[in-house]
Design a protein around this ligand. Sequence first.
Ligand SMILES: NC(=O)c1ccc[n+]([C@@H]2O[C@H](COP(=O)([O-])OP(=O)(O)OC[C@H]3O[C@@H](n4cnc5c(N)ncnc54)[C@H](OP(=O)(O)O)[C@@H]3O)[C@@H](O)[C@H]2O)c1
Length: 238
Amino acid sequence: MNILITGATSGIGKELALQLTSKGHKVGLMGRRTERLQELKDEIGDIAFIRTLDVTNHEKAEEVYNSLIDEMGGMDVMILNAGIGRIQMLPPWEAESKLIEVNALAFAHGCHFAMDYFRNRESGHIVGMSSMAALLAHHRAAAYTASKHFISNYMKGYRQKAKRMNADITITEIRPGYVWTEMTERAKGMFWVAPVEKAVSQMVTGIEKRKNYVYVTKRWQLLAWVAKLVPEWVWDRL
Ligand SMILES: NC(=O)c1ccc[n+]([C@@H]2O[C@H](COP(=O)([O-])OP(=O)(O)OC[C@H]3O[C@@H](n4cnc5c(N)ncnc54)[C@H](OP(=O)(O)O)[C@@H]3O)[C@@H](O)[C@H]2O)c1
């Protein structure tokens, strides 16, 4: 299969590239850090195609998606993985608006692009990197949890859209708990943290099975059930 991956320069995206190519899939890899992309291509070889891209530049993103698709000879799966957590270096509002721009707006743009492409082709698979955070709200990460809630709800709507089309399009929402990556390396108070190799291996299985939802690691599904039962006044005290 031909698989495009945004945010492939580190963490989950990079590991997805490594594990998917080890199974023989071709990958189109994107991210802002060109040298990381080149290193990854050198490691993987001919079945990796790379483009430098900031997903918040929508015009450029469309150009890059199309040129990767042309070079690879089509796209079967689009994995929208690029995302950011808290940005410590920026003033609070700039940090929040940047996070929303990357995690929500650029995600929606990628999803929209992929849906158009797969509708014309009458089949395809969109995979979105959501989070367990989609099920929660937190005073220390209001923008992040809201951005993942947006992704989750947006994909739900797109799944309904896909069902109404004359096309075989799967929408997979991946809900990871904590995974060791650059995003979490300085985070405190984490638990059940999964090594990226283990987390991604479960993601790949879920993608191959074309599931609607993939909890990573699996035990986080338990917490998803509990989260739905906990009343708001309890969350407010956490
Ligand atoms: N780690 C966790 O515990 C966890 C849990 C739940 C969900 N997630 C989600 O998993 C996804 C990957 O995160 P990660 O943990 O692997 O963190 P990471 O190692 O920091 O990777 C983030 C990736 O997103 C890319 N990215 C960020 N901003 C971008 C932009 N404007 N344009 C293009 N690419 C951009 C980065 O590439 P460049 O910097 O090169 O652009 C990088 O490749 C995110 O959506 C995150 O929210 C992570």
